[in-house]
Design a protein around this ligand. Structure first.
Ligand code: AMP
Length: 212
């Protein structure tokens, strides 16, 4: 199964994609994770991407399209995948279609997770990530008394792009550049909308029904 998980920043794409990837036994490919890893390793790609990410801007299309082209060719993507955070612009969506054509594959569903902006703002400013294992926590629901990861004991931090001003910019970018992608898939009759407000396992079950 090949799925695109779509939606504004903070809607829960990362959390849900990780769960669905395990349940459906398909690989989770998140351009944000790939870029953050490159930044933390200080690679050439990371150095190019960092300033865009810190400002809440999109990394240029040619860079992220290159990443996805390479990643989709890897062996573990053959059985299917969940794309999380890609495509985020119309040129990325068009480029993805070309990659699929070359690989002789088709997307099964594009699932758009819908949540109100104020809810998202609260969620994002209280999101924390483990520097060691990448687990995502939320101060609104998770107790992190000693700022240590509940899973591995690693250091918990707040992403620079989860600070309020940057989030405002990310929403603007979403409205102007990413939202048109929804229509692109709606016209192709691939889009399904799912409510993103609910308990994590509730949202997972709605998503699973949407991709059946
Ligand atoms: P995310 O973890 O998906 O919220 O992505 C974090 C940041 O990485 C975004 O705010 C962008 O700066 C960058 N990024 C991730 N995916 C893309 C993409 N498909 N196109 C452009 N920039 C991206």
């Amino acid at each position: 199964m090949r799925i695109i998980l779509f939606g504004p920043p903070g809607v829960g794409k990362g959390t849900q994609a990780k769960i669905l990837s395990k349940n459906l036994k398909i690989v989770h490919i998140a351009t944000g994770d790939i870029l953050r890893e490159a930044v933390s390793r200080g690679t050439g790609l990371g150095n190019k991407a960092k300033s865009f990410m810190d400002r809440g801007e999109l990394v240029p299309d040619d860079i992220v399209i290159g990443i996805i082209q390479e990643r989709l060719k890897e062996h573990d993507a053959r059985n299917g995948f969940i794309l999380d955070g890609f495509p985020r612009t119309l040129p990325q969506a068009e480029a993805l279609d070309k990659v699929f054509d070359k690989l002789g594959i088709k997307i099964d569903r594009v699932v758009s997770m819908e949540v109100d902006k104020e809810v998202l703002m609260n969620r994002l400013t209280s999101r924390r990530v483990c520097r060691n294992c990448g687990s995502i926590f939320n101060l609104l629901v998770d107790k992190l008394d000693d700022s240590k990861c509940k899973k591995c004991g690693g250091e918990i931090y707040q992403r620079d792009d989860d600070k309020r001003e940057t989030i405002e910019r990310r929403f603007e970018v979403y409205q102007n550049q990413t939202k048109p992608v929804k229509n692109y898939y709606s016209v192709k009759k691939l889009l399904v909308e799912v409510d993103g407000i609910g308990k994590i396992d509730e949202v997972t079950s709605w998503l699973k029904s949407a991709v059946k």
